[in-house]
Design a protein around this ligand. Structure first.
Ligand code: ADP
Ligand code: MN
Length: 178
């Protein structure tokens, strides 16, 4: 079936959200308990140099979206990928069966970003991104609403609940061919 499931034997999941919301932590937990192949986009971009150089002011790589998507296409086509990235509109819509958007309360996120060493414009921009729900809106504009799942990510309990929620979603995907 090449319909909603994109002809894949296993689903692809994107975990997105503002930096510091806990994407990588959640993905590590998930990848330890479900058979998905974890891909940290930030690490991949660095490793395979899928960028057009370093942005001094923003202290980050300037992503080359074409190179990134070319690099990922074959792996994603096979299915069973768990992608971790702080954006979602650059990927083809057909790639994902579920788009998880993590959300963190402002004061909690602020402390996490400061602990990570963010300051100045980078800190402000990321806080504003979360306050304005930029990633959630981006997800809802880029994917069918039924595929977008916003989950709280403030505490360890939240993380455990999120692992459970996504594991259950995976089970129902597998037992529900259409
Ligand atoms: P991201 O990958 O979205 O940038 P990380 O997973 O690196 O976020 O998490 C940022 C920081 O917040 C880390 O120090 C991590 O331990 C902590 N953290 C992440 N998720 C949670 C959570 N649900 N509860 C408490 N702390 C968390
Ligand atoms: Mn991360």
């Amino acid at each position: 079936d090449m319909g909603v499931r994109g002809g894949r034997a296993a689903p692809n999941i994107l975990v997105t959200g503002t930096p510091g919301t806990g994407k990588t932590s959640l993905c590590h937990q998930l990848a330890a308990s479900v058979p998905l192949q974890y891909i940290n986009i930030g690490d991949l971009v660095k490793e395979k140099e899928l960028h057009d150089g370093w942005d001094e002011e923003y202290q980050s790589w300037n992503l080359n979206e074409d190179k990134l998507c070319d690099e990922l296409e074959d792996r994603v086509a096979e299915g069973g990928c768990l992608l971790d990235y702080h954006g979602c509109e650059l990927f083809p819509e057909r790639w994902f069966d579920l788009v998880v958007v993590l959300q963190t309360d402002n004061s909690v996120l602020y402390d996490r970003l400061v602990a990570r060493g963010y300051s100045g414009r980078k800190l402000e921009d990321n806080m504003e991104c979360e306050i304005m729900q930029v990633i959630l809106e981006e997800a809802r504009e880029s994917y069918e609403h039924s595929k977008v799942l916003a989950l709280p990510s403030n505490s360890v309990e939240d993380m455990e609940q999120n692992v459970e929620t996504i594991s259950q979603w995976l089970k129902s995907w597998k037992s529900n061919p259409s």
